[in-house]
Design a protein around this ligand. Structure first.
Ligand code: FE
Length: 203
C-alpha cells in the first residue's frame, strides 16, 4: 500500500508563517512521500528478483532512511503546529519541569538546540532511560537516536523559514514556539506505554 501525503492545509493562516512558505514546505514534504513510495517499489522489485547483493540495492536501502524520515519528520512537525497555547498541560509540563528545572528552562534549551542543529530538533522520550531529551539532527537520517519517541519536532532547515525571515532563524523559532499544538504533544507523550518500552529497550 503506498503512503499517502497528509493534508496540512488547515495550517495556512497561522501567525508568523506565510501561505507561500507553508505551501512550498507542503510541496517538499509531498516529494518525500512520493520518493518513499518509489523506493519501496524499487526495493521490493529488487528483492523479488534476487538483486539484493548489488551496490544499487545497498545504496537504495541507505537512501530509504533519508526519504522515510523526510516524510515522517515532516508529518510530526506539521501535526504539532497550529495551536494557540504557549504551554502544555498535565504530565508533560510536569516532566519537562522535572527534567530541565522549569518549563521556561526547557524552552531556553530547545531554542538553543534550534540554533545548533542543521536539520531538526526533537524533544523525545527515551525508552532506554525513561527521560525526556532535546536532540539535534543534522539531516533527516543523521544523529537519529535509537529507542526514542518524538514528542515535539521542529524543522530548522533553511527552507522552513527563509521565505519569511531570510537567514534569520531566531524569529522563525519564536514563531514556531507560539504555534505549537501542545494537545498533540501531550497525546503522544501520554499514550506511550513506558513499562512496555522499557522492557523492549532492556531486551
Ligand atoms: Fe522541512
Amino acid at each position: 500500500m503506498p503512503y499517502v501525503a497528509k493534508d496540512f492545509g488547515k495550517l495556512v493562516g497561522m501567525d508568523g508563517f506565510s501561505e507561500t512558505l507553508l505551501k512550498n514546505h507542503f510541496t517538499l514534504y509531498q516529494g518525500y512521500v512520493t520518493n518513499t513510495n518509489k523506493l519501496s517499489d524499487l526495493l521490493g522489485g529488487m528483492l523479488a528478483e534476487g538483486k539484493t547483493a548489488t551496490p544499487e540495492y545497498a545504496e537504495l536501502k541507505r537512501r530509504f532512511g533519508w526519504e522515510w524520515n523526510g516524510m515522517r519528520l515532516h508529518e510530526f512537525y506539521f501535526e504539532n503546529l497550529g495551536g494557540k497555547e504557549l504551554k502544555p498541560k498535565g504530565k508533560l509540563v510536569d516532566m519537562l519541569a522535572k527534567e530541565f528545572g522549569s518549563f521556561e528552562k526547557w524552552v531556553e534549551n530547545f531554542k538553543a538546540c534550534g540554533m545548533a542543529a542543521r536539520g531538526w530538533v526533537i524533544l523525545g522520550l527515551s525508552a532506554y532511560d525513561g527521560r525526556l531529551h532535546n536532540y539535534c539532527l543534522d539531516t533527516h537520517n543523521y544523529n537519529v537516536p535509537a529507542n526514542v519517541v518524538p514528542i515535539l519536532v521542529m524543522d530548522v532547515y533553511e527552507h522552513a523559514y527563509v521565505i519569511d525571515y531570510g537567514v534569520k532563524r531566531p524569529p522563525y523559532i519564536d514563531a514556531f514556539m507560539r504555534n505549537i499544538e501542545w494537545a498533540v504533544c501531550s497525546r503522544r507523550f501520554e499514550e506511550i506505554d513506558m513499562a512496555r518500552m522499557a522492557r523492549v529497550a532492556a531486551s
